[in-house]
Design a protein. Structure first.
Length: 83
């Protein structure tokens, strides 16, 4: 807003418009920065979840291998498979 004793020239009006536009751009940059930070946080959480899932799958795979071995032993003892 121009002050009472400040001249209102076309150059000053243009500078005020540029200043207002810069303020708008800065607000949008701030908003985008916050949104990107949120996405980074979500991505980090997803990476942690994926690591936990891989660990769970490895544990399940190990247990299935053990069950396969036990089944083979049982089948051999019952003569259900050829040795």
């Amino acid at each position: 807003m121009p002050m009472a004793d400040e001249p209102d020239t076309p150059t000053l009006r243009m500078l005020r418009q540029i200043d207002a536009k810069i303020d708008t751009v800065l607000e949008r940059v701030h908003d985008l920065t916050a949104r990107v930070a949120s996405l980074e946080d979500q991505f980090s959480i997803m990476k942690s979840d994926l690591a936990l899932m891989r660990s769970d799958i490895a544990r399940i795979d190990h247990r299935l291998d053990q069950m396969d071995q036990r089944m083979e032993r049982i089948e051999r003892r019952l003569n259900l498979i050829e040795v």
